[in-house]
Design a protein around this ligand. Structure first.
Ligand SMILES: *Cc1c(COP(=O)(O)O)cnc(C)c1O
Length: 212
């Protein structure tokens, strides 16, 4: 049951030795609005989605329940308008062009869009994300993007050496005193992510069950 699963995940989070505040984000891609509602009924507030069209249906259905929506999927240019209009957080910014479009398209009546850079921490050419050596230059541009607030980094490290890369992420964010969010850790590795300073964990399978 989703309620029991949420309690188990929260208990796992609490068991890790840490001092930072950790927000549990329920990754709800492929899940029905009924399943999300079960999580909401237990008090879950943060949800993350990867696919825009699917997400918009759920956001619309579940309106008025003070939910916080995170976009965590790859972003093509033609998706930025609806992301800017419908989400509170975007974790998957990997290039300046996308950040500029989100900035220009964020409605003025909404609070600033909170954003994270997705870091390609494994430096794998086939993976999306900003390379570590590109971070400094990219960050300089955010000062001019007045409708965005850059808060930190997200990563999806290769499971083979995720622990080591969580530690690297923790060291990288220390260099930026104005950044306070590290989105890292999924169902299988949330403990080591939190031990290394994660402030957002993104959990799908261990809340909702295996995706088909
Ligand atoms: C699907 C997904 C998750 C959740 O993964 P689980 O292993 O199901 O917990 C987290 N982050 C991103 C970016 C995802 O696409």
């Amino acid at each position: 049951m989703i309620k029991d699963n949420l309690e188990k995940v929260q208990a796992r989070i609490n068991q890790v030795d840490h001092t930072q505040f950790v927000t549990l984000i329920a990754v709800s891609k492929t899940r029905s609005t009924d399943e999300l509602q079960q999580a909401i009924d237990t008090g879950q507030q943060h949800f993350a989605e990867n696919y825009l069209q699917e997400a918009l249906v759920k956001i619309n259905h579940l309106k008025g329940q003070s939910l916080i929506w995170h976009f965590i999927g790859p972003i093509q240019s033609n998706k930025t308008l609806q992301i800017a209009q419908n989400f509170d957080w975007v974790h998957s910014i990997d290039r300046l062009k996308i950040a500029k479009r989100l900035n220009n398209q964020r409605p003025k009546f909404l609070p600033k869009l909170k954003v994270l850079l997705q870091i390609n921490i494994d430096n794998e050419p086939t993976k999306s994300g900003v390379l570590v050596k590109q971070i400094d230059e990219l960050i300089t541009h955010f000062e001019n993007l007045k409708n965005l607030t850059l808060r930190g980094f997200m990563c999806i490290p290769n499971p083979s050496n995720s622990e080591q890369n969580f530690t690297r992420m923790a060291n990288i964010i220390k260099q930026y005193s104005n950044l306070d969010v590290l989105s890292m850790g999924m169902s299988h590795d949330l403990e080591s992510a939190i031990a290394n300073g994660a402030t957002f964990v993104r959990i799908g399978t261990d809340i909702f069950g295996k995706r088909t």
